[in-house]
Ligand binder design. Structure first.
Ligand SMILES: Cc1cc2nc3c(=O)[nH]c(=O)nc-3n(C[C@H](O)[C@H](O)[C@H](O)COP(=O)(O)OP(=O)(O)OC[C@H]3O[C@@H](n4cnc5c(N)ncnc54)[C@H](O)[C@@H]3O)c2cc1C
Length: 405
């Protein structure tokens, strides 16, 4: 389908998932339009940086976005998990993961979200994606496709419509797909800091009573902080003056990296769990947080979303090459079957981790520390963990193997 008012694929949402999917499909020769009310507006303040696992980096490279990110992305060479109490200056390390996804390839990089988003936007534009401010107000199925009514009253026909509009996706509801989930009793404080001692590419995750505190290595011996705390406590901490906030953070971060100094403003983010009942219905497919939103405890949300993107792009492009209808039930069933089970496992595991690591029960804490200690002594289990955390376990889509579509 081409021409005015018609496109092969209409995507709602120009976040990480929507832009990466648009760039991949347009790069493979399909016509793509993305609508998002935030397009054309200055992007809001977001101090976050994200871990981009090896599979994600390969996808970004394959679609042509990685070069613009690489110079400001810090390779993550290891991870240390500690468990302890606030008053302990040196926390016991229970699990250390050092290793590569493949020889010479770090298992993850950490990059500022603003940089990754800008690189994806430029890649989508270069690939010929039509980017338009707006939103889908109504959607109906028509012969051989779907027709969307946009908020400005114009209509757009597409063979396939994709919901990439985040955890509160309105398109998911329009497609008649339900979701289940809840808000955690935790919020995350996110900010950046400068470290007195070099981090050598090591990420640290402290499991504390109030929630996990992650220090992710950034360029120039800086770190991105993702600090989850019970909601009322997070609000109280986020509102402290700089000196009070710094002291509270230093107390929780310990002295692994020496003195910590604030490097920029902080933001507070609510945390939720949400999983869609299905990943596709009618002519609509869900990707990214529209399909699943998870706690940032293992820094996997964006990476899971890009795995959806890789699987959907592969299913659609293969179908187009065979002359099949790219929005048909058969094509979407391939995508849904590929991603639904994998995602249910991963999101279930992430929620289990949140429950396990926020418990105050002494016996459960003891058991979990023994468990972590055992894994720490099992090289085979650690290697399997690295492959899986790097996005290279199970049936890996072509883009995540670094191949073109
Ligand atoms: C504190 C915190 C730390 C995190 N750290 C990590 C990490 O280290 N690694 C990691 O992998 N993940 C991390 N995540 C998760 C990650 O940020 C999300 O999974 C990711 O942003 C989801 O991308 P997305 O494109 O699916 O959705 P979003 O980023 O939410 O983008 C959705 C887009 O849809 C648009 N939109 C909304 N409504 C509409 C509408 N009606 N019509 C059209 N467009 C619409 C929005 O404007 C936006 O552009 C973290 C999350 C949090 C909260």
């Amino acid at each position: 389908m081409t021409g005015a008012g018609r496109t092969d694929v209409l995507i709602s949402g120009a976040g990480f998932a929507g832009l990466a999917l648009g760039a991949a499909l347009a790069g493979a020769g399909l016509s793509v339009m993305i609508v998002d009310p935030s397009l054309g507006r200055p992007s809001g303040f977001d101090p976050r940086a994200s871990t981009l696992v090896a599979g994600t980096r390969r996808l970004l490279e394959a679609i042509g976005a990685w070069d613009a990110i690489a110079s400001d992305a810090e390779p993550m060479l290891g991870m240390e998990i500690t468990d302890g109490r606030l008053e302990q200056i040196l926390r016991p390390v229970f699990l250390q993961i050092h290793g590569e996804a493949a020889p010479g390839e770090p298992f993850a990089h950490v990059a500022p979200n603003g940089l990754t988003k800008a690189a994806l936007l430029a890649t989508a534009e270069r690939a010929g994606v039509h980017l338009a401010p707006g939103r889908i107000a109504d959607l109906r199925q028509v012969e051989g496709g779907a027709e969307a009514v946009l908020a400005d009253g114009s209509t757009k026909s597409a063979r396939l419509v994709v919901a990439a509009d985040g955890a509160q996706s309105t398109l998911r509801g329009m497609a008649g797909i339900t979701s289940r989930g809840w808000r955690y009793d935790q919020s995350a404080i996110v900010t950046n800091v400068r470290l007195e001692k070099p981090h050598h590419g090591i990420a640290v995750q402290h499991f504390l009573e109030g929630g996990p505190l992650a220090l992710l290595p950034l360029r120039g011996d800086r770190a991105s902080i993702v600090w989850s705390e019970r909601k009322f406590q997070a609000l109280r901490l986020a509102e402290l003056d700089d000196a009070g906030f710094r002291d509270a953070l230093q107390k929780r971060a310990g002295h692994r990296f020496g003195q910590i100094d604030l490097d920029g403003r902080r933001a507070l983010r609510p945390l939720e769990f949400r999983l869609a009942a299905d990943f596709a219905r009618g002519r609509v497919a869900l990707v990214g947080d529209a399909a699943h939103a998870i706690h940032p405890i293992a820094g996997q949300g964006l990476n899971l979303g890009l795995r959806d993107v890789a699987a959907l792009a592969e299913s659609v492009v293969d179908a187009a090459r065979l002359g099949q209808d790219i929005g048909s039930d058969a094509v979407l069933a391939r995508y849904s079957g590929w991603r639904r089970f994998d995602t249910a496992l991963m999101t279930g595991a992430m929620d289990g981790l949140v429950q396990l690591f926020t418990t105050r029960s002494g016996p459960v804490r003891l058991l979990r520390d023994i468990g972590l200690g055992l894994v720490d002594r099992m090289p085979t289990a650690k290697r399997a963990f690295i492959r899986s955390a790097a996005g290279l376990g199970g049936e890996v889509p072509r883009l995540m193997r670094g191949e073109t579509l």
